[in-house]
Ligand binder design. Structure first.
Ligand SMILES: *Cc1c(COP(=O)(O)O)cnc(C)c1O
Length: 406
């Protein structure tokens, strides 16, 4: 390769190191559980999206093996050519039932589901000679929603970003647009905002969408399995289950932790997406082992409430004890529990010290979160035993005192 090119890469990497935004990867020497092996040492895992502890659960692993045995490793095709197996249809039906919608379309990830959503609607004429659509997007929405919206043709789509959770501003925007002749109006939000563990204001959003005739889109990747009385996600936790027009999510977090994503909603919309959504029509279908594993995860949730109960109990216990120790956490109910530290170096050092004490946690700082709001983002799991949690609290207490945080 042209050495000038290599230099561009190397210079940018040096800049990342200097800005302390270089992302280091720490290889785990085994599966993802309540504890993991790092550098030959067993440490408590507090940085994973493995909320229900299904990433290496025997029943899920068993299902994945069965999928492999019964339907093979893969199917070497996209869905509409020869890549649809009966099990894809079954999983889609299961997800629809779980989120309370009519139909569901599977993708290889939620990232690609979100990439495959917005432009599929807005760039299609659908018999219109002239049309304009408008998107209203929460400022803190996930990168995949932002990128998905970038694929929309500028000439056809107005994009408006409202300040995080600011319903008044959203209403103001919708009022302004009330008499404009838009075809689709789409309000897009994360269900759970992952830096804070905050919930979207869904009851308000549902009412606002209804009032202005807009479509409400929610990505519930951090909500499904992690929150709600029966683990059905943010809509259940907010008392509006089944009232969201479009729900997207991942099978790579609470629900088995492997990979896969989906879009759920009205039958006509889902069938339309099967025709028009490019990551669906031009990319392979989900491998059978993943389909079986995800399917087993939904069955487990439906038939055994102990996973959700354990996650709730662990989260409540950890939140209470961290406050008792004197740490500042962001209040809430979600298993994402941010421990607020202020400055980036403190978060970096504390994360390193905690790892030495046997606890794996990642720090977040500017530009990922606002300046002066650096934090350790802890994530609680049903896979953690009380012993793991007490060990973690002890480590926090020790390191917190040593570093004058508490
Ligand atoms: C994790 C996450 C995604 C990406 O999910 P993948 O299935 O891993 O692509 C998308 N949206 C949100 C809100 C997420 O938290």
């Amino acid at each position: 390769m042209n050495p000038n090119y290599t230099k561009i890469f190397a210079d940018e990497l040096a800049r990342l190191e200097q800005n302390k935004t270089f992302k280091y990867e720490v290889p785990l020497e085994g599966p993802q559980d309540g504890t993991v092996i790092v550098g030959g040492k067993k440490v408590v895992m507090l940085a994973s999206n493995n909320y229900l502890g299904l990433a290496n659960h025997p029943k899920i692993n068993e299902a994945a093996k069965k999928g492999l045995e019964e339907f093979g490793n893969g199917i070497s095709s996209v869905r509409f050519i020869c890549g649809t197996q009966t099990i894809h249809k079954e999983l889609e039906a299961k997800i629809s039932k779980f989120v309370g919608t009519e139909d569901t379309i599977l993708f290889l990830s939620c990232f690609s589901a979100n990439e495959g959503f917005f432009a599929s609607l807005t760039n299609e004429a659908c018999g219109y000679e002239d049309w304009k659509d408008v998107l209203y997007s929460d400022q803190y929405n996930h990168a995949s929603i932002i990128d998905g919206q970038r694929l929309c043709n500028r000439k056809r789509t107005d994009k408006k970003v409202y300040p995080h959770g600011d319903m008044e501003k959203l209403i103001e925007m919708l009022e302004e647009d009330k008499d404009k002749d838009y075809r689709f109006k789409i309000i897009a939000t994360d269900g759970i905002f992952s830096m804070e563990g905050y919930l979207a204001k869904l009851p308000e959003l549902v009412a606002i969408a209804k009032k202005y005739g807009a479509m409400l889109f929610m990505d519930d990747s951090h909500g499904m399995g992690a929150i709600g009385e029966t683990g059905k996600g943010t809509a259940e936790a907010c008392g509006v289950w089944g009232e969201i027009d479009v729900v997207t999510g991942t099978l790579g977090k609470a629900l088995g932790g492997a990979a896969g994503g989906f879009i759920s909603g009205k039958k006509e919309m889902v069938t339309f997406l099967r025709q028009k959504s490019r990551p669906y029509t031009f990319s392979n279908s989900l491998p059978p082992s993943l389909v079986y594993a995800a399917s087993a995860a939904f069955d487990l949730l439906e038939n055994d409430s102990s996973f959700v109960t354990r996650l709730e109990e662990n989260t409540a216990y950890f939140r209470k004890e961290m406050v008792n120790l004197g740490f500042t956490i962001l209040e809430g109910k979600h298993p994402i529990v941010p421990v607020m530290l202020g400055e980036a170096p403190l978060a970096q050092d504390m994360s390193n010290e905690l790892l030495k004490e046997g606890v794996y946690i990642k720090g977040l700082w500017f530009p990922v979160v606002p300046r002066g709001m650096a934090r350790l983002r802890t994530q609680i799991s049903a896979a953690l035993t009380r012993e793991n949690l007490d060990f973690t609290l002890e480590a926090f207490s020790k390191v917190g005192k040593r570093m004058n945080v508490i």
